[in-house]
Design a protein around this ligand. Structure first.
Ligand code: ZN
Ligand code: ZN
Ligand code: FE
Length: 747
C-alpha cells in the first residue's frame, strides 16, 4: 500500500545541491513525487512503499549533501495521488523566509580537475563552479536563491551550460553561477594604457607580479592588493601605497605543502586552511620563511591562505611563489568590491588591475582564524566563507530583531525565530566608508531574510555611530551593556540559557556607572547581568590618545603603583609630554577604566615592547608574541583582593627588573591567568555556577585564553570559548540579538 509524505527541510539547503540530491535518492528508491525550493527551504512530496520513504527521510537526515546544514526535517502524511515519475519543481517566490543562502565556497576537487584538464571545455576557465562550490552570498541580491536574483543574471547560459543546469543528474544542476568560456564572465587586465583579456590577462598579471609589480586582483568578496611576497622592495612599496604602517599582510600559497614552508600548522590549523571557507590562518612562522620581512613586521606569526576561487588557483600556480593578498582598501576602510571604485581608487595604488565582469553584490572580506599552541583554532574575523550561516538562538526571537553591534570590528545581526544571521565584518564605523558598508549590510540582510525588524538592539554607549543610527529608526529600542553582550554572544553560541560566570576582557566599553569597563566578571544570563568583580580601575589619560600611545597607560599604572615621582621619571624617559600626562592622571577629571586591554598596553610600554601603536591591539599582539618566544618566565604576581584584580605588585616588580623582557612578558601572562582563574573560580562557586565564559577582544590572545581555560578546567569548571563568532566586538551583534530575543520573549 503506497503512502505519500510531505517533507519540509529547514537549514542551509538552497544552493547546495539539495534538490538533485533528493531527486537522485528518490529515483533510486523507486519513489514518485516532486521536490522544490521555496522561501523557507526545501519542500518535497514523495510517494511509495513505507520502507522506501523511511530510507529517503533517513538519507536526508543523516547523509545530506556536503555543503548543506540541515536544522530540521518535518514529515507530515499526505493523500496518495497514484502518480508516477519524479520531478524537480520550479522555485516559487513569495512568503516569509528564514533561509539565507549558503556562504561562498572554494573550488571543489571535481572542478579543479576540470580546470587543469586540457580536454575539458572549461580548461583554464577562471570562473568554473558547480553545485558543490562557487560564489553564493557575494553574488546574491534576493531570495529565493535563483539565477535572476544573483549578479549572474547578467549572463545568458549557452546551450551546453543550460543542458547541465537543467539535468538533475548533472553536477551543475541548478548551479546558479554556472558558466563557461562561451557564455560566462571574462577576465580583464588593465595596466597603464594596455588592456588584455582572458588567458592574456592572466599572463600579463603574472608577469607583472613576478617582475616585482603590484596589482589589484578581483576576488570573491572584494579586491585584493597583490605582490610577490618574497620581494622586499615590492612589499615595502605596497605598504607605503596602502598607507598601512605595520598591520601584517596575508600571503596566498598554492597548497598545503607551500603553506608548511612558511608556517607551522597543527592538524586543526591545516584543516582550517584547507576548509571550503578558505580563511587566512595565523600560525607561527617557520625558522626562516621565504617571505620579505615587511610582510608581518615584529610578529612571530604569519597569515597564510589557500586560493578561494579558480582565478586565484590559476594566478598563484602560474606565479609559482607566495603572493601577498591583502584587502584592497586604503588604511582601515572596507574592502573595495565595486569595479568602478576599484579602477578609481585602487588603480592609482598599483601597476595593473586584474578584474572581470561578474559583479560582487555584497562585499565579504577574507575571514581570519588563529592557531593556538594547544591545537585549538580561534576565529578572529568572520566574513567570506562563513556569512550568512545562521547561528541558533537559545531563546527564539518572537519579533524580528536587528542588532547593530558596537563600533570597532563592527558587525550587524538579524534575528527572527530560532536563529540569527550575523553579517560580514564591517570595520570601524568611525570611518564613513565603513558606516556606508554598515547600512548596506543591514539592507542586504533584510532583503535576504525578507523580514522587517520590529526591535533594534544597540550598545549602551550613546556616542557610537551604531547607537545613533539605531535611535533614528523610530522602532522600539533595547540597549545592551557592552560586556553583557560579549557574554551573551558566548552563551548564544553554546545554546545556553542558564547563568554563567562571564569574564569579559577587552578594550573599553561604557559601564552603567559611567566608567569605562573592560576587565569584568559578570554573573550573566541572556536576560541580565550583575557585576561581581573587576580589574582595579585607573585613570585613562587622554581618551583615544591613550589607545594610540600605550606609554600613557604605563604612566597611569606606575602613578598608582610607585607614586608620581617614579612615574614621571619613567615617563620622561619615553616621551617629553610625560609631566603633562601625569598631570592628567592626577587631575581627577579624566575617565577611569578597568580595561584589561589597556593593562596589556601599559605592560608592553613598561617592557619597552611598544610605546606607540599604529593599530588597535598592536601592543598586546606583540607582547603575546614576545611571551611565546620566552624560554623561562619571571615570577610575577597580580593580587586578588576581594573581588578586585590588583596588578600593582606586578608593576613594581617590572620597574625594578627589566633585564629579560620576554621572560617578563610570559610572567605577566601567567600572573594574569592565575589571578583571573582564581577569581573566576571563587566567584563561580559563590554564585553556584558551573561554567565560565571567556569573551572580549583580549581573548584573541590564544596564550592567555589557553592558560586561563586550563586552570579553570583543572578546577572542575566548564569553560565556554567562542567558536562561531569572534571573541572581539565582531561578536557583539549576536550577543545583543540574543539578549533582545530573551527580553522580548513572552513565554
Ligand atoms: Zn565544483
Ligand atoms: Zn556556457
Ligand atoms: Fe568589546
Amino acid at each position: 500500500m503506497p503512502e505519500r509524505r510531505r517533507l519540509r527541510v529547514r537549514g542551509t539547503v538552497q544552493g547546495v545541491g539539495f534538490r538533485p540530491f533528493i531527486y537522485q535518492r528518490a529515483v533510486a528508491l523507486g519513489l514518485s513525487g516532486w521536490v522544490g525550493n521555496d522561501s523557507q527551504g526545501v519542500v518535497a512530496e514523495v510517494e511509495g512503499p513505507a520502507a522506501a520513504l523511511d530510507a529517503l527521510v533517513e538519507a536526508v537526515r543523516s547523509a545530506p549533501p556536503p555543503l548543506a546544514r540541515v536544522d530540521a526535517v518535518e514529515v507530515t502524511p499526505a493523500a496518495p495521488t497514484g502518480g508516477s515519475g519524479f520531478a524537480i519543481a520550479r522555485t516559487r517566490s513569495g512568503g516569509l523566509t528564514d533561509v539565507p543562502v549558503s556562504a561562498d565556497v572554494a573550488p571543489c576537487p571535481a572542478c579543479l580537475a576540470e580546470l587543469r584538464d586540457p580536454a575539458d571545455r572549461r580548461f583554464g576557465y577562471p570562473f568554473i563552479n558547480c553545485t558543490d562550490c562557487g560564489p553564493r552570498y557575494t553574488i546574491v541580491r534576493d531570495v529565493p536563491y535563483d539565477r535572476p536574483a544573483t549578479t549572474m543574471a547578467d549572463f545568458d547560459m549557452c546551450p551546453a551550460c543550460r543542458r547541465e543546469y537543467d539535468d538533475p543528474g548533472d553536477r551543475r544542476f541548478h548551479a546558479q553561477p554556472n558558466a563557461c568560456w562561451d557564455c560566462g564572465p571574462r577576465l580583464r587586465w588593465r595596466a597603464g594604457g594596455v588592456e588584455a583579456r582572458d588567458a592574456d590577462a592572466l599572463k600579463a598579471a603574472v608577469e607583472l607580479l613576478v617582475g616585482g609589480g603590484a596589482a589589484a586582483v578581483k576576488a570573491v568578496g572584494g579586491y585584493h592588493l597583490a605582490c610577490d611576497a618574497g620581494n622586499e622592495v615590492a612589499v615595502r612599496a605596497l605598504r607605503a601605497r596602502k598607507r598601512r604602517d605595520a598591520k601584517p599582510f596575508a600571503v596566498m600559497v598554492a597548497d598545503l605543502a607551500a603553506a608548511q614552508a612558511l608556517v607551522r600548522l597543527t592538524p586543526s590549523a591545516a584543516d582550517a586552511l584547507c576548509s571550503p571557507q578558505r580563511p587566512v590562518v595565523l600560525a607561527p612562522k617557520t625558522g626562516n620563511p621565504p617571505v620579505a620581512s615587511g610582510v608581518a613586521p615584529a610578529l612571530a606569526e604569519l597569515g597564510v591562505m589557500l586560493p578561494s576561487s579558480p582565478l586565484h588557483v590559476l594566478l598563484v600556480e602560474a606565479a609559482g611563489r607566495p603572493l601577498v593578498m591583502t584587502s584592497g582598501n586604503l588604511g582601515d576602510e572596507p574592502v573595495v568590491h565595486d569595479d568602478a571604485d576599484a579602477l578609481a581608487r585602487l588603480a592609482p595604488m598599483v601597476d595593473g588591475v586584474l578584474w572581470h565582469d561578474r559583479r560582487i553584490a555584497v562585499r565579504a572580506d577574507d575571514s581570519v582564524v588563529r592557531s593556538a599552541p594547544g591545537g585549538r583554532v580561534q576565529l578572529l574575523r568572520r566574513a567570506r566563507g562563513f556569512v550568512p550561516q545562521p547561528t541558533a538562538l537559545p531563546v527564539p526571537a518572537e519579533v524580528p530583531v536587528l542588532a547593530v553591534g558596537a563600533q570597532l570590528k563592527s558587525t550587524v545581526a538579524l534575528a527572527r525565530g530560532g536563529s540569527a544571521v550575523v553579517s560580514h565584518h564591517l570595520g570601524d564605523l568611525d570611518h564613513w566608508p565603513a558606516f556606508a558598508a554598515f547600512t548596506q549590510a543591514v539592507e542586504h540582510l533584510v532583503a535576504l531574510a525578507h523580514v522587517q525588524p520590529a526591535v533594534v538592539a544597540h550598545d549602551l554607549h550613546p556616542d557610537l555611530r551604531s547607537t545613533a543610527w539605531a535611535r533614528d529608526r523610530g522602532l522600539p529600542l533595547i540597549g545592551v551593556q557592552h560586556h553583557h553582550a560579549h557574554v551573551a554572544s558566548c552563551l548564544a553560541e553554546h545554546g545556553r540559557t542558564a547563568p554563567v560566570l562571564g569574564v569579559a576582557y577587552d578594550g573599553v566599553g561604557l559601564g552603567p556607572d559611567g566608567t569605562l569597563w573592560g576587565g569584568e566578571f559578570l554573573v550573566a544570563d541572556l536576560h541580565g547581568y550583575r557585576r561581581v568583580g573587576h580589574l582595579l580601575p585607573v585613570t585613562l589619560p587622554g581618551g583615544d590618545a591613550a589607545v594610540r600611545e600605550p606609554w600613557r597607560m604605563a604612566v597611569s599604572w606606575l602613578e598608582a603603583t610607585v607614586g608620581p615621582r617614579a612615574a614621571e621619571r619613567w615617563g620622561s624617559g619615553v616621551d617629553p609630554r610625560a609631566p603633562a600626562v601625569l598631570g592628567l592622571v592626577r587631575s581627577g577629571r579624566q575617565p577611569v577604566t578597568s580595561s584589561v586591554g589597556r593593562l596589556f598596553d601599559a605592560v608592553a610600554a613598561v617592557l619597552g615592547v611598544r610605546i606607540r601603536v599604529s593599530y588597535e591591539g598592536q601592543a598586546a599582539a606583540e607582547l603575546e608574541a614576545l611571551a611565546r618566544s620566552a624560554g623561562s618566565a619571571t615570577g610575577l604576581d597580580i593580587a586578588v583582593t576581594g573581588e578586585v584584580l590588583d596588578p600593582r605588585p606586578l608593576f613594581a616588580a617590572l620597574l625594578a627588573d627589566r633585564t629579560d623582557p620576554a621572560a617578563a612578558a610570559l610572567g605577566f601572562h601567567l600572573a594574569l591567568a592565575d589571578a583571573t582563574a582564581a577569581l573566576a573560580a571563587r566567584l563561580a562557586r559563590r554564585h553556584g555556577l558551573d561554567a565560565v565564559a571567556l569573551t572580549g577582544g583580549v581573548f584573541q590572545n590564544v596564550l592567555l585564553t589557553d592558560l586561563v581555560a586550563d586552570r579553570l578546567r583543572a578546577d572542575g569548571l566548564a569553560v565556554l570559548l567562542h567558536e562561531r563568532v569572534p571573541p572581539n566586538d565582531g561578536g557583539i551583534s549576536l550577543g545583543q540579538a540574543a539578549v533582545a530575543a530573551a527580553r522580548t520573549a513572552t513565554g
